[in-house]
Design a binder for this molecule. Structure first.
Ligand SMILES: Cc1ncc(COP(=O)(O)O)c(C=O)c1O
Length: 314
């Protein structure tokens, strides 16, 4: 059960957690008209700092734009609001969730008459795929559900509707005894997990599916690509046939929730020796050094929540 914090940001104001309610006939409830983000705030030597805040908020604006949802707030305003929510709730490490959706108005598929509501909440959150997952890895299956086909639900927009597909993938995996499911795209090539992107290591090089394989343009995916380049690990975006998963040297999931999590088996076939591999470990070490602020923030990826956004600060 989510642990309530004191306040949630709604359309420019902080309101009590308990008052952040919507009517059951709000457009979003019937028609899934919501775009959102999931962002981590880490505890760092400079205090709580939100990781890649601008990039997440830009993706939120992009998702809203695709769905013709006009937002009253600029990128800077949204970034400041996220910091304000974390600050006002006196949170340290936490999860930050901005939501933009069509609220209460007319009832019918046409969303235009319904107001666009913007909320930002935060709460405490731990490991997503289990406490041991970061070190020991997770057992996954290839899902019988494929990711959305191109030109159906846009995979590049992080919409709540896409998560009905994610739920089918995750539930199927869990009832069959796996931690997570990995979906193929409509052509049968590797796409992504229900809530994370995927990387495969082969002969010391990293490969990940391109955006045209129905994947969310993950911020962590981008982080890992950047880190790999800096570590001189060859990295390619490439169509990955399903069978490449089974013969890979290493496989790992990446995402805000998942962070960087090794995959130790797929469909009960061990990935190499079933242990976290050396490339995964190198990426993890750099990733956690940057998110925790143990290494200098050379990319300006951390936004300390005490510093106003805009005026040169991130
Ligand atoms: C379907 C899906 N793919 C990938 C990701 C990873 O994206 P990010 O790294 O931006 O959290 C997520 C997480 O939000 C997701 O839900």
């Amino acid at each position: 059960m989510v642990k309530a914090t004191e306040r949630i940001w709604h359309n420019g104001k902080l309101i009590p957690w308990a008052d952040a309610n919507i009517h059951v006939v709000s457009h979003v409830v019937s028609y899934g008209s919501c775009v959102f983000e999931g962002i981590r705030c880490y505890q760092t030597p400079q205090g709580p700092a939100i990781f890649r805040l601008r990039e997440h908020m830009q993706r939120l604006l992009n998702s809203a734009y695709v769905y013709r949802m006009p937002l009253e707030f600029s990128l800077d305003q949204l970034c400041n609001a996220a910091c304000e929510v974390v600050r006002s709730n006196k949170m340290g490490a936490c999860y930050v969730k901005p939501l933009v959706f069509r609220g209460y108005g007319e009832v019918g598929v046409n969303p235009f008459p319904c107001p666009v509501e913007t909320y930002i909440a935060c709460w405490e959150w731990g490991a997503y795929l289990g406490a041991d997952a970061i070190e020991k890895g997770v057992d996954v299956c290839v899902s019988s559900w494929t990711r959305m086909a191109p030109n159906t639900l846009p995979a590049m927009a992080k919409s709540a509707a896409n998560y009905m597909n994610s739920q089918l993938i995750r539930m199927e995996a869990m009832v069959n005894g796996y931690v997570e499911g990995l979906a193929l795209d409509v052509q049968g090539n590797v796409s992504e997990g229900s809530g994370e992107n995927i990387f495969v290591v082969q002969n010391g090089a990293l490969v990940t599916p391109p955006l045209s394989n129905s994947v969310l343009p993950g911020i962590t995916r981008d982080t890992v690509i950047t880190i790999a380049r800096e570590l001189d690990i060859p990295i390619r975006e490439m169509v990955i046939p399903r069978e490449m998963l089974y013969i890979a040297d290493e496989v790992f999931f990446v995402g805000t929730a998942t962070e960087v999590t090794p995959v130790r088996s797929i469909d009960k076939i061990k990935v190499a020796d079933g242990q976290r591999g050396p490339v995964t470990k190198r990426i993890q070490d750099e990733f956690f050094a940057l998110t925790s602020g143990r290494k200098p923030d050379r990319h300006a990826w951390l936004t300390p929540v005490g510093v106003p956004v805009g005026a040169g600060a991130r």
